[in-house]
Design a protein. Structure first.
Length: 401
């Protein structure tokens, strides 16, 4: 079995996912071109050596439709022999793209694969692709699938988390992200975005709010109470009848923000890397997905992480740093509590609450951020995990070389 090696990881800054955001004028295909050009130039890469490109995208319509992966290959001028595929595993799409690349390499059916993700949430709003789990009432009632924000509040209610606990974690995320940005921890992988005229648009994450306070967070209104009253609270109660009511305590301050961004990772086997003069930074030890109860939906990271550890024949104590996507504060707190993870080893440079969650790109961003931090601290192993719509979970373990 071939080792799946990581040679490089890059990403754009994350721009606010609104029309007023810095990246709104930049099409998602140009975001991908930015990171593809960076991978090519940083590694002196002749793209005819690349077997395939996997790109995660959660809302593959309009500017992101019709196989954005192959479109980006053509647009970026990569060799015509490179094939491309767009994939959608909801919020885990970027990490699943990497995992699929690793599987292809380990199986010996590819020796150099590029993987990543893109999401322009300012240009293609979340939910634009429709779908029965979101908009068909009969499917919602039969499956018990509810909006994730309501699921987050349902989880917080069941687990007994308080609004103050959620806000305290959100503040920690903001503080850590602000510190990491100010200290330049993200610079090894971040690629500035320029417009078609060569003018700089954005060079660092703009969603971070360094002046966040607990008082300011406490003043925010619940984000999902009204939608819960539209019948989704009742669906949650039918699944968990012991619960008196759903306490709506997630807000814009303790939930992930909508942003634009793209990410990319170069992977391959040892033989191909040596032939091309590429220096391996890490190997992928295991990659798994699971699925759990679909109404509460956000509890997959725990089981996925334990399964990934089992496949890698490792223990929790073997992991130096953990990254869990901060879709909402409650799932992160549950993950930390259930697996008894030291908070000083979890999301050490902040997460999506502070920096935003560009759906299709986030998984690859987290893996690249983790690798940069392992190198900065001279540590060895890390685990990345995300909760996923429909009750799924994903986890990937890497080891530095």
């Amino acid at each position: 079995m071939n080792d799946a090696l990581i040679f490089d990881a890059v990403r754009t800054p994350r721009g606010k996912g609104k029309k007023s955001g810095s990246l709104h004028e930049i099409k998602p295909i140009h975001l991908l071109e930015t990171v593809m050009n960076a991978i090519q130039s940083r590694n002196d890469l002749d793209t005819k050596n690349v077997n395939d490109l996997f790109i995660g995208c959660v809302t593959p319509v309009w500017d992101q439709g019709a196989n954005i992966a192959k479109a980006a290959l053509l647009y970026s001028g990569w060799d015509q022999s490179v094939s491309g595929m767009q994939i959608n595993r909801f919020c885990a799409s970027g990490l699943e793209a990497v995992n699929l690349a690793a599987m292809k390499i380990r199986a010996g059916w590819g020796n150099l694969v590029v993987a990543g993700g893109v999401e322009s949430m300012s240009r293609v709003p979340m939910g634009s692709d429709g779908g029965p789990l979101l908009f068909d009432p009969s499917v919602v009632m039969k499956t018990g699938h509810i909006p994730q924000g309501v699921s987050a509040d349902l989880l917080a209610s069941i687990e007994g988390f308080t609004r103050e606990e959620l806000d305290q974690y959100a503040l920690l995320s903001q503080q850590r992200a602000s510190h990491a940005r100010d200290q330049g921890y993200f610079k090894p992988s971040i690629i500035p975005v320029y417009d078609e005229n060569g003018l700089l648009i954005l060079k660092e994450d703009e969603f971070i709010r360094p002046n966040t306070t607990l008082e300011g967070l406490a003043a925010l209104s619940p984000s999902f109470e009204e939608i819960g009253k539209m019948g989704y609270d009742a669906v949650g109660h039918s699944k968990y009848p012991f619960l008196d009511h759903v306490r709506h305590i997630h807000t814009a301050g303790n939930s992930s923000g909508m942003v634009d961004g793209a990410s990319l990772m170069l992977l391959g086997n040892k033989e191909k890397g040596e032939k091309l003069g590429l220096t391996p930074r890490a190997r992928i030890l295991s990659a798994v997905t699971v699925s759990v109860e679909p109404t509460i939906m956000l509890t997959g990271p725990g089981p996925a992480s334990l399964k990934a550890l089992e496949y890698a024949k490792m223990k929790k104590s073997d992991i130096d740093l953990w990254e869990m996507n901060e879709a909402f504060a409650a799932p992160v707190l549950k993950f930390q509590r259930d697996l008894h993870i030291d908070i000083d080893k979890l999301n050490v440079n902040g997460g999506a609450i502070a920096m935003g969650h560009p759906l299709g790109a986030t998984g690859t961003i987290l893996l690249g951020t983790l690798l940069d931090e392992l190198e900065r601290r001279d540590l060895s192993t890390g685990l990345v995990t995300l909760c996923i719509g429909g009750g799924m979970g994903i986890a990937t373990i890497i080891e530095r070389i």
